[in-house]
Design a protein around this ligand. Sequence first.
Ligand code: LLP
Length: 428
Amino acid sequence: LPEHLTVAGGRLHIGGHDTVALADTHGTPLYVTDEDRIRANYRRLEDALTAHYPKVRVLYAAKANGNLAVFRILADLGAGADVFSAGELCLALAAGMQAEKLLFNGSSKSTADLALAVETGVKVSVDSLDELRQLNAAAAAAGKTVRIAFRVNPAIEVPTHPKIATGLATTKFGIPAGQILDAYREALACSNIDPVGVHCHIGSQILEVEPFVREMEVLIDLARDLLALGVTIEFIDIGGGLGVPYHRETDRAPTPQDYAAAVMPVFLAGIRDLGIEPELWVEPGRSLIADSTILLTRVNSVKEAYKTFANVDAGFNLLVRPAMYDSYHAVVAANKADAPAEREYTIAGPICETGDLLAKDRMLPALAAGDLIAVLDTGAYGFAMSSQYNSRPRCAEVIVRGDDAALMRRAEDVDDLTAPMQQPAWQQ
Ligand code: LLP
């Protein structure tokens, strides 16, 4: 277990808080986040990078966890954000992040998105020439200049789930390397666009450093060509993607130090050679926040069938990663954390689909109705990807820090399901 997860009196604790007591107080299912763990993860990454080069900017990849309390922690640490929607942009601003620290990413921005980018003064990662022209028009209409990077598609294969490998030549993301110089040429000629950086993101949950090294090489090569075109390079953004060891016993995830030790020499040699000193931007999501959070879920019933199923109250409505990517999350019997593992269980959610299994074939202590299961490493892409499928109100999220524990989002109820619904006049 990571150091913020401990066992005392046979019960799992997070940040010193008894998970059984948290579940009794707030009900289940329940997400619980340890603020100090986010802070420690952030500092470890920032320190690892700034040990090599001072001009580093960490942009939190807001899609990983969109709770305002999480944004505020990162704002307090000095982070900016990679925002991928108008909603993420507004939340980042609401949390106190300055517009100059925000990069508006996205492969399909609407007219309204572009207008918001112009109005708020954030930088924009432009994903197509069509978008560039629309953005220039929006900026001209407002009498403003927008600072942009293009997102380059580096055509790099990465060892991860195909649904989250974003840097392949075949994906929808970025501008193919063969077209990128023409794109910058056109941007230089735009009246209200100022190209000031380069952006790339190769994928997520990457457990090797080598793809990031190749990505950095692509970006340095691109920077060289851009300088020749007359582009001023204020930042080089290598995106996010550093993985976490979900298989706690067998995964070997690079540490932030490993990551920095692999990527920074290429960056430093490159910029020295080019005679520039741009900011280095990184966009971590998962590595900052995944392990800060657990999902507590109660066993409703145990069934001996083809397998032994522990039927719990959280399903892919609250944690879609196992169903969507066959992801593995470690599970702990939170109220029997000292007990020996005795039997194999498959942890099944309450959703009406065969694929609604949070964990398969796990050795756990003997389970009974009422027991509490903790699903680990659920801070990134956990609640953020939740839904109300099967008309299930979303659960609460609690955050702990030191001796304090507080709701950072209340549980929804049936009224939250019906509130946005309208009754057509002919049904009244
Ligand atoms: N920057 C960009 C442009 C991105 O698209 C992403 C993630 C990140 C940064 C952050 O990547 P990270 O450091 O978190 O790996 N829902 C999937 C992950 C999707 C990632 C999408 N983009 C999952 O649950 O595994």
